[in-house]
Each structure stands twice: as structure tokens, then as C-alpha cells.
Ligand binder design. Structure first.
Ligand SMILES: C[S@@+](CC[C@H](N)C(=O)[O-])C[C@H]1O[C@@H](n2cnc3c(N)ncnc32)[C@H](O)[C@@H]1O
Length: 263
């Protein structure tokens, strides 16, 4: 099995846990609550009538949230279970959205159109082994002057261990392989004990340079002194929806966002 197939298998299992977790809170979502956070809502601006390609859409909550704001959306994900659940959710809520199962790197085999916005968020690029290829695909799927927007966990976070000590290099040269034992949502255990994740962590310069060298003009890079999700060890909530490390507080960056335009 190659690395992507390992990730696909583990994401299939995790998706089932996530759809039932309080972390994703699908019940409130079904009643109308958005899954999009204030950062991306404000930074994206008005998306009514925009055609959006959502990369690594998981089981579609953000994709459907974008559709609820009036966008025409296509969500892509490698996980069969994610895409199946996303389609079920969109049908049940009667919010139109298209969902396609594909590796990000194979999208050209399943889609042949262009978009106003390509969007990706929280815990996405660490599943990709080649950012230059990724940026080339983003460029390929944007209309002229189209916008790429991403919001992600800051790479500094991935240098910390469970005791918040810097143990890993910020500059990673090798993929990281871990056995998947439980979900980050509520620590519920996976039933298949042979699952593994293969991840690639990137420095900010690697992300920016991949976009710049593939025809994208950076409009902004923002860094945030808090985390919107309680999904890393030892976080404490300082304000509603703002989580920081018990040890470092708001002294370090936890997330970043990038807006870039196809030139
Ligand atoms: C943490 S989730 C992203 C959640 C995201 N914040 C959202 O809900 O919009 C990561 C997703 O990436 C997907 N994924 C991982 N590797 C992928 C790849 N190579 N191509 C497409 N999707 C991939 C997984 O199946 C999973 O659904």
C-alpha cells in the first residue's frame, strides 16, 4: 500500500468517528450553525455567487457552510467515507454542493473546469507530499485573477511534544509516520489497529514559495496567537473559541492564513 492509500484507509475510519463526535457537532450544524470560523469568514469576504473548489473537504461541513453563504461549491477528498457522508449531508439538508472523491494530485482526471476561489483549511496540507505540485494544481483550477485562500495550523505547533517542549525540527526533511490509535476529536479509539498516517510538515517559507513559483501573487499572510480548535495537547480557552498553550499563552503563533491571486 502506498502512503496515500494508508492515509485514505485511516481517514475512512476516522470520518465515521468524526461524524458522531461532539467536536464536529453535526446536530447543531444540521440546525443551521456554520462550521466556518470567524477568521475565514472575515478574510474571504462576500462569496455569494462565487464558484469555489474546496480541497480536502472531509465530510463536507465547511463545503456546505460555504454553499449556505451563496457559493457554488465542489468539495474534493481522498476518503470514500468522507465523500459519501458529505453527499448524504448535502442531500439531507437540501443544500446543493458537488462532492468528488479524488486525491488532490489526481483532480485533473475528474474535474475539467475553473473556479473563482480555491479553498483549503485546518489540517490539510500536512497530507500532501509535494507542495509544488499542489500549487500548480491550485493555479490550474483558478480562473484568471482567481483567489486561493487557506487557513492552517502553524508549523511551529508541530515542533512541540505533548509536554509543549520543542523536540522536533521546524525544518522537516522526512515524512512523519504514526500509528493511528484514536481520533483528535474526542480521543475515541479506532477499531482497526493497523492504521497509519503519513504526514509532511512544511515551514511557512515552503508554503509561500510553492505558491509564488507557481504563478500566484501573495496578497497577505496572517499569523494568529491562538487556535480555534481544541485539538492539540494542553490547550486552555482564553476567550470563547480561542485556545492557547498552557505554557506559552499567546506568545507563539498557532495558525496562519494566506490569500493569493492567480496572475
Ligand atoms: C483534517 S481533515 C480537513 C478538515 C477540513 N478542515 C474541513 O473539514 O474542511 C483532512 C482531510 O484531508 C483528506 N486528505 C488526506 N490526504 C488527501 C489527499 N492526498 N487528497 C485529497 N484529500 C486528502 C482526508 O481524507 C481528510 O478528509
Amino acid at each position: 500500500m502506498n502512503n496515500f492509500e494508508h492515509n485514505r484507509e485511516s481517514w475512512n475510519e476516522l470520518t465515521t468517528l468524526h461524524a458522531d463526535s461532539s467536536f464536529y457537532d453535526v446536530d447543531s450544524f444540521k440546525k443551521g450553525k456554520t462550521s466556518i470560523n470567524h477568521i475565514e469568514t472575515e478574510e474571504l469576504g462576500n462569496i455569494k455567487g462565487k464558484k469555489i473548489l474546496h480541497l480536502q473537504c472531509h465530510f463536507g461541513m465547511d463545503t456546505i457552510s460555504l454553499a449556505r453563504l451563496g457559493a457554488e461549491v465542489v468539495g474534493v477528498d481522498i476518503s470514500d467515507t468522507s465523500i459519501q457522508k458529505a453527499i448524504e449531508l448535502s442531500n439531507e439538508l437540501d443544500v446543493p454542493a458537488r462532492f468528488v472523491r479524488s486525491n488532490v494530485y489526481d483532480i485533473e482526471n475528474v474535474l475539467n473546469e475553473t473556479f473563482d476561489i480555491v479553498y483549503t483549511s485546518y489540517g490539510a496540507i500536512n497530507w500532501l507530499n509535494d507542495l509544488h505540485k499542489w500549487a500548480k494544481i491550485i493555479n490550474r483550477f483558478l480562473k484568471p485573477n482567481g483567489i486561493f485562500y487557506m487557513v492552517e495550523f502553524h508549523p511551529l505547533i508541530y515542533t512541540l511534544n505533548d509536554n509543549s517542549e520543542i523536540v522536533d525540527s521546524y525544518f522537516k526533511s522526512k515524512p512523519l509516520e504514526t500509528v493511528v490509535e484514536s481520533s483528535y476529536t474526542d480521543n475515541s479509539e479506532v477499531s482497526n489497529k493497523n492504521l497509519k498516517h503519513i504526514e509532511w510538515h512544511y515551514s511557512l517559507s515552503e508554503v509561500l514559495n510553492s505558491l509564488i513559483s507557481n504563478g500566484m501573487k501573495i496578497e497577505f499572510l496572517n499569523e494568529f496567537p491562538y487556535q480555534v480548535y481544541n485539538c492539540f495537547p494542553n490547550l486552555t480557552e482564553i476567550e470563547s473559541g480561542k485556545w492557547v498553550s498552557e505554557k506559552y499563552g499567546d506568545k507563539i503563533p498557532y495558525m496562519y492564513s494566506i490569500k493569493a491571486m492567480k496572475i
